[in-house]
Design a protein around this ligand. Structure first.
Ligand SMILES: NC(=O)c1ccc[n+]([C@@H]2O[C@H](COP(=O)([O-])OP(=O)(O)OC[C@H]3O[C@@H](n4cnc5c(N)ncnc54)[C@H](O)[C@@H]3O)[C@@H](O)[C@H]2O)c1
Length: 298
């Protein structure tokens, strides 16, 4: 289409030309987020950091919004001039609002909002002993923080009629029984948020999706594992986490989630919204019937 426009000298509006040219350029060079501005909550570590790295390598400017100031600054420094750090506690609406405003004042726009910050929780396994204060705390970060992120991102995306919103859910929000109720419920809610919000945001040209990672030995998981198995060293703990996967020959890594995030954030996924992209090597897709082997059945 681009070539026809040029050769035949057909009328071709400048914005349309620029859009087609940029899309062609970004696909051909592999820089799928050229000149896009992305805000990533929980970007100082783990999955958020991997996504920030991937986005920058694909031409984006990334604002890392995290509660850990020192680590966030170190991460931004490590990622180079296209990364900036801003202190942000997702439980404070004003922090999220400020981070979004910073993106607009500093870089004129916000193209991608990745609501990734989240915490695990250690509660007694049975519902009858549920710690409701802890429940509220986890919901405040994992659910309310995501809603607040979407609220403020859309404040600046709706007037532009474009944007891509991502959230980190979890396999524990796809099937029950894989985590404590509180954490699991918080991630079911994230998937619900995406589906509910897609209904409104589609009408504004804004896509909203989430990613459900399998277990990855990030600090998030390793701290929990450390508490459960204080007698084991970190190498053994990583091994235990990896052994629960089902896909032979591969382990789930932050980079696998970053690849999914890049896809969903980019024009490659331009017609995908309201989707939960499960990155679990097939884990939540099947269950084996544990029949006894014929020679062992009595
Ligand atoms: N690691 C896993 O196995 C796994 C699996 C599924 C989903 N997840 C989800 O992935 C997301 C990222 O976790 P991760 O594994 O990269 O862990 P991580 O601990 O490496 O990163 C989490 C980041 O979130 C930040 N954060 C925590 N509370 C915050 C707050 N109130 N405001 C702003 N930032 C805050 C932390 O400082 C940290 O940098 C979380 O939402 C988590 O629930 C992780």
């Amino acid at each position: 289409m681009l070539r026809i426009c040029l050769r035949k000298n057909l009328p071709c509006s400048r914005p349309l030309f620029a859009e087609s040219f940029n899309r062609l350029l970004s696909t051909q060079t592999g820089r799928k987020l050229q000149d896009k501005v992305a805000l990533i909550t929980g970007g100082a570590s783990g999955i958020g950091k991997a996504a920030a790295t991937k986005f920058i390598n694909n031409g984006a400017i990334v604002i890392i919004a995290d509660i850990q100031q020192q680590l966030g600054q170190e991460t931004a420094k490590e990622l180079g001039p296209n990364a900036t750090f801003i202190t942000c506690d997702v439980t404070k609406e004003s922090d999220i609002s400020d981070a979004v405003d910073f993106s607009v004042s500093e870089y004129k726009q916000l193209d991608i909002m990745y609501n990734n910050a989240g915490i695990p929780c250690k509660t007694p396994p049975s519902i009858v002993n549920l710690d409701l204060e802890l429940f509220d705390k986890v919901m405040e970060i994992n659910v309310r923080g995501v809603m607040a992120g979407i609220k403020h991102a859309t404040r600046v995306m709706i007037p532009r009629g474009t944007g891509s919103i991502l959230c980190t859910a979890s396999v524990t929000g796809v099937i029950g029984g894989m985590a404590q109720h509180t954490y699991s419920v918080s991630k079911f809610a994230v998937i619900g948020i995406v589906k509910s919000l897609a209904s409104e945001l589609s009408g504004h040209g804004i896509r909203v999706n989430c990613i459900s990672p399998f277990a990855i030995p990030t600090p998030f998981v390793m701290n929990e594992m450390d508490q459960i198995y204080p007698h084991l060293d970190s190498q053994r703990l990583v091994e235990i986490v990896r052994n629960v996967g089902v896909l032979k020959g591969a382990n789930c890594e932050p980079n696998d989630i970053a690849n999914a995030a890049l896809y969903l954030a980019s024009d490659d996924a331009r017609y995908i919204s309201g989707h939960n992209l499960v990155v679990d090597g097939g884990f939540t897709s099947f269950k084996n019937l544990e029949f006894p082997a014929p020679d062992q059945a009595q």
